[in-house]
Design a protein around this ligand. Sequence first.
Ligand SMILES: *Cc1c(COP(=O)(O)O)cnc(C)c1O
Length: 391
Amino acid sequence: MNTNDVVNLYNEYVMKTYTRVPLCFEKAKGALVEDIDGKKYLDFFPGWAVSGIGHCHKKVARAVSGQVQKLIHVSNNYYSALQGKLAKKIIEHSFPGKVFFSNSGAEANEAAVKLARKYGHGRGRFEIITMNKSFHGRTLAMIAATGQDKVKQGFEPLPEGFIHIPFGDIEALEEAINEKTAAVLLELIQCEGGINIAPKGYVEKLRKICDKNDIVLIFDEVQTGLGRTGKMFCYQNYGIAPDVMTLAKSLGGGLPIGATVASARFSDVLTPGSHASTFGGSPLVCAAALGVFEAIEEEELLQNAVKQGKYLLKKLSFLEEKYKIIKEVRGIALTIGVELNIDGEQIYEKCLEKGLLINCTQKNVLRIMPPLTVTKTQIDKALIILNKALS
Ligand SMILES: *Cc1c(COP(=O)(O)O)cnc(C)c1O
């Protein structure tokens, strides 16, 4: 089979829910991927941050191949040591509390919203405040939560009770809060929204306001979690903690897993029978996720993310000085956006042609998120390609 054959298969049998680049990958390792025709690419946007520690990391591969022979799935009506160990690992790296496991980011957010609704239920609190330009997933409730019209069109009526306000605007938040407010849900870095970084002062005030009004503060760390910002979780850059945090993408090292992490005060709100997920937290995906943590800890990947991120940001700021088409370079560690004055799609395509995979979001923001295992040599290679594309 070549790429053409595969494209034909899709045209006939796979729903066209994505705009797809005619490129078919066959294997990958770290930041390198190879397509079915043998062409190699440097992957600086590995699966929307799913392969956050690089493709087919050996610790994940080893954990999965061992576990797949032993036990793949077991019902959540029984116990599995791996789910318990993974929950402990997540809590040790974040805040005292408990974890609910699911299979995706949208599902992790759904559980967070259900938790907040249930917590506020007796007092008539159900409204969830979210931000303009946010992205929270594609289920009906999560497109209602997402602050972008493009994801909602054609699917109305949507679940009620989601209010959108401008990101970073404390006055708008204070105005939106009322006796029906159950939670505030936001990404500290709006990734899909164009790498918009929440200012520190804003997040501190947000925490205070939620405390004062007994509102559940939920951070969607589906994309920023697991080291992408140089800390295990992005909120750790801010010196405060949320009440609930959601994880997915990088957590499973490529396998599908979602996690809703609730701090101690909220960790018994969801009771037996009130929420469930058949596949959630199976031994196989938990083994993979434990492999991800092991890699981050033992290979000092947080330190590498900080170091390489600093280097990449510095080099990108040189490009910013050189090219007027660059409006701004911003980011934390390996979560980086390059905002352009022109349509970014053409730059994306030029990079692709030359063997570099990045992303373009909001039409003019290049999203660059190399794996935590990236090396200086790989960054230099990517910069050569990006420089050529920009010129
Ligand atoms: C990708 C993403 C989601 C949705 O995750 P799925 O696994 O696609 O459901 C939610 N929130 C954020 C911030 C994301 O980046």
